[in-house]
Write a protein that binds this ligand. Structure first.
Ligand SMILES: [Zn+2]
Length: 414
């Protein structure tokens, strides 16, 4: 009997650690100005967390502290054993704000929460980027990271990004008008949307890491959450999750160094890592293509050299513009009749940039696109017997052909 129980225990899958994080404390949005309602929502959120023994991190948007009784709401989170991190003062979008204004706002939010925590013998460890937006340029990314480092704060990333907040307004309106049918439908949709987000992002993380990835779930401090988290947490328990502390989840090596990815929108960490990987792959594939082209040229195989061009490629040189792969091949044949005239080609990379953007998922989440194009600046050199070296610059634009292969759509050689 004992042996049977033990073997069943050993066979049971290990529960996946998941950290619940709650944004925009004390109350998300402007739908609940009344102090009593703010208290009721807070109590509802904390009751659901307590019922399922969830140790959460709440991220405080200090600008949401609007009522004299709001600090008591934050205190209730601490008393219940949760940790508080900073989520700026006014939740500015770093893409739409200059770095100086944004830094002043996050610093104001940090300073006020830090003072609040110090007065209660607590420390501040975490910062959550508003809109998960870490900076759309290298300069903003660096400025934000330098501020975090100077303040000893850790970027509390998100792995399960979702749109839970978008259910708040319809939920509150249905609740206020007593529309039970609407509430039932919204509850189904809220839970279904969260289940889809959890499943989608967990599959992405597991694929990237090659193992069950620990997760950081993003939720918001709102009424739809207060009235539905019980069901959500129950489902998470039933699907092999274990509510873990920040320290346990963040100890996983995948969180040790977060990827640098300038982006106009905020994404889940798994989307960021996948994008960095896709850019890396695209770069390697394009460099391989250019190497193969140099080799084809050097062995005198103009046909193979030109096979890298798209059928409708545009080739620009000081002698004019040529359209189409066939015409590009013709031009080369005229100018380089035979292998001796061609010589040995080397391409030296000067710069490579990849272009990708933002798409919108079925659940209305911003998600990174595939790499849509790569542009390369390179110096070309021709070594030919009995002649001085010829050299110049080229700007090549490539598009994915499907799979791992790329083709040149524009080439400006000078
Ligand atoms: Zn937020």
């Amino acid at each position: 009997m004992l042996a049977l129980a033990l073997s069943a225990l050993l066979a049971a899958p290990v529960a996946r650690p998941l950290l619940v994080t709650v944004d925009d404390l004390p109350i998300s949005g402007a739908l609940h100005p009344a102090a009593g309602e703010r208290r009721r929502i807070t109590d509802g959120l904390l009751a659901a967390l307590a019922r399922h023994h969830v140790p959460a991190v709440g991220l405080v948007t200090w600008g949401n502290v609007v009522d004299p009784r709001d600090p008591a709401l934050l205190e209730a989170w601490l008393t219940a054993g949760h940790e508080l991190g900073s989520h700026a003062d006014h939740h500015l979008n770093l893409t739409r704000t200059d770095a100086g204004t944004w830094l002043a706002d996050v610093e104001a939010g940090r300073a006020q929460l830090d003072a609040f925590l110090r007065a209660r013998g607590r420390g501040l460890r975490f910062f959550r980027f508003p809109f998960l937006n870490e900076g759309d340029t290298e300069a903003k990314l660096d400025a934000a990271r330098a501020w975090l480092a100077a303040r000893g704060l850790r970027n509390l990333t998100v792995t399960i990004d979702d749109q839970d907040w978008s259910f708040e307004r319809p939920w509150v309106e249905a609740r206020r008008s007593g529309d039970e049918a609407a509430l039932a439908g919204l509850r189904d949709d809220y839970l279904a949307a969260l289940r889809l987000s959890v499943r989608h992002h967990e599959a992405s993380g597991d694929r990237l890491l090659g193992r069950p990835a620990p997760q950081l779930l993003l939720l918001h401090a709102n009424q739809v959450g207060a009235e539905n988290w019980d069901r959500l947490f129950l489902w998470l328990e039933q699907t092999g999750h274990r509510f873990a502390t920040a320290d346990e989840v963040l100890a996983d090596p995948v969180f040790a160094e977060l990827p640098r990815l300038p982006a106009s929108h905020g994404f889940s960490l798994w989307d960021r890592l996948a994008t960095v990987q896709r850019e890396h792959d695209a770069r390697a594939q394009v460099l391989r293509l250019l190497e193969a082209q140099s080799a084809a040229w050097t062995r005198g195989d103009l046909e193979a050299f030109c096979s890298a061009y798209a059928e409708d490629a545009t080739f620009v040189s000081p002698s004019g513009v040529v359209h189409g792969r066939e015409q590009v091949l013709e031009r080369y044949r005229r100018r380089y009749p035979g292998r001796d005239a061609m010589g040995a080609l080397t391409l030296e990379l000067v710069e490579l940039r990849s272009a990708w953007g933002t798409e919108v998922s079925l659940l209305d989440d911003a998600v990174p696109s595939r790499v849509h194009s790569v542009s390369v600046v390179a110096r070309w050199t021709l070594k030919r017997a009995g002649q001085p070296d010829a050299s110049g610059l080229t700007l090549i634009v490539l598009r994915p052909r499907g799979g791992d292969s790329w083709q040149i759509v524009q080439d400006a050689s000078m």
